[in-house]
Design a protein around this ligand. Sequence first.
Ligand code: FES
Ligand code: FES
Length: 179
Amino acid sequence: MLGGLKKVETVKVNFTVNGESHDIDVEPRRMLADVLRHDLYCFGVHLGCEHGVCGACTIIVDGAAVRSCLMLAAQAQGSEIVTTEGLGTPEHLHPVQQAFNEEHALQCGFCTPGFVCTITAMLPEIPDMDDTELRNELSGNICRCTGYANILRAARSAAQHQETAGLALSAEAVDYDDD
Ligand code: FES
Ligand code: FES
């Protein structure tokens, strides 16, 4: 007890972030986005609305796109987490990042990590989607700058490389220029 306040209990959680295993103590109420940003320094996890509307905080958890502002860190126990930092490097971009660069699919970049993670998680399904379906799938990610046309083009472009890129979440496994 400190000045009448009760110490908050923590829980032990283990998960993998961008290939690195982490054992951390977290308060049960802490959101995964906050732990990734503030404890593990994954600054590509952007926080916009913080209530599941904008998609800026989207990451990949066990292969699926997840809004990390809506997931408790404790719920990630045993999970494999990938953020945009784990997808590529400045020297060797992941194909989705490369496509965003080539198609000019970003301006301020605030929404970009969320879009990149969303598109990476659904890359294998994109060739089977028509434009309306693709727009619907991406409608949970909001961009204040680009008008979306180039983002859609980037998603299509990245999907064309999915034979080498689609099922690989790690940039190390991919050579985008080698086609
Ligand atoms: S910050 Fe998570 S959806 Fe907006
Ligand atoms: S590029 Fe600025 S919010 Fe999307």
